[in-house]
Design a protein around this ligand. Structure first.
Ligand code: SPD
Length: 335
């Protein structure tokens, strides 16, 4: 009971406190609503102090370093059944495709990788001998685009495990995915192992096989093992066929490269590592492992493709790309 005065005094104080509380809530809500709402940023994307968006390529596969690109606009961000897919426009490199946090394609420099991966094996085939080619991975379509420059090829198969990568590349990376529009292209959306096994069962051989894989973490992990190379060797035409495999970075993955070279040497007579300079892959360098029963460091053919259609690869570059720094040569080929 109150000590005296107005019997409703206690009720009045509680009512006042409740109103004051409501006022504070309303004020805070108003203040909150004035702030722009930040949509959750995709993995690998953050804002700097000026509010600018950056993509940072952070991965266990290149621990302790990361390449960053300033984003102008996020074009697509989502998750397929297999991986995170991010596509954005950047200030310096044009449109960028990122899979599971790793840069795959930028409009500025993709040509370096796609041309070497396609034209190096194609220049090891005698004129007119490549009738059937295969791309494993390479869902963005860049290697297809390069192979489609050869009129002699009658069929170009592509086996990509993630159908979303194909569809999104067709939608958002038109200059890269243009190869899909070639009528000789046959698309298979399935696991590379199963696909190779079915080609072996059907007795289908390829004159050129390009394994355009992402890094060996995520969907491409199992592909970098010996079993995959064994299957690969069985679908390459034995006399003149050539295989090219994404060969990772010599500054970061010497152990893996050595393993790949050793395994390939047990399957192919000639194996060499070509180096590619490409600023948006880790350390600005990636390799292309070339395998064949014929020597691979000197091009065997002239032409087949109009040199005016090429921006990175040339006959001169073909041989030069196999010249490696001494320390790299030692771990790639040394005893
Ligand atoms: N660390 C990045 C390796 C990417 C290799 N694949 C690129 C796909 C381009 N077609």
């Amino acid at each position: 009971m109150s000590s005296g005065g107005c019997p409703f005094a206690g009720v009045g104080i509680s009512l006042f406190a409740a109103l004051a509380g409501l006022g504070t809530i309303l004020m805070n809500t108003k203040r909150f609503m004035r702030q722009p709402l930040e949509v959750r940023l995709p993995a690998g994307v953050d804002r700097d102090e000026e509010g600018k968006l950056w993509f940072r390529e952070i991965s266990e596969f290149w621990k302790g370093q990361c390449f960053s690109i300033r984003i102008e606009k996020i074009v697509y961000s989502g998750k397929s059944q297999l991986q995170e897919i991010l596509i954005f426009d950047s200030e310096k490199y044009g449109r960028v495709l990122v899979l599971d946090g790793a840069i795959q394609v930028t409009t500025l420099d993709e040509v370096a990788y796609q041309e070497v991966m396609a034209h190096t094996p194609m220049h090891l085939i005698n004129n007119g001998e490549c009738k059937r080619a295969l791309v494993i991975g390479g869902g963005d379509g860049g290697v297809l685009r390069e192979l489609a420059k050869y009129p002699e090829i009658q069929e170009i198969y592509i086996c990509e495990i993630d159908g979303d990568v194909i569809e999104l590349s067709k939608k958002y990376l038109s200059t890269t995915s243009i190869g899909y529009s070639d009528p000789r292209v046959k698309v298979f959306v399935e696991d590379g192992f199963k696909f190779l096994q079915s080609m072996i069962n059907e007795g289908i051989l390829f004159d050129v096989v390009v394994s355009d894989l992402s890094d060996p973490i995520g969907p491409a992990e199992s592909i970098f093992n010996g079993e995959f190379l064994e299957l690969l060797a069985k679908v390459v035409e034995p006399k003149n066929g050539v295989a090219a495999l994404q060969g990772e970075c010599y500054w970061l993955h010497s152990h893996l490269i050595r393993q790949l070279v050793d395994k390939s040497k047990s399957l192919f007579k000639n194996v060499s590592y070509a180096t590619i300079a490409i600023p948006t892959y880790p350390c600005g360098q990636i390799g292309c492992l070339v395998m064949s029963s014929n020597p691979v460091t000197v091009p065997r053919r002239n032409g087949g493709v109009n040199p005016g259609d090429l921006r990175y690869y040339s006959r001169e570059l073909h041989s030069a790309q196999f010249v490696l720094p001494k320390l790299v040569e030692k771990f790639v080929y040394g005893d």
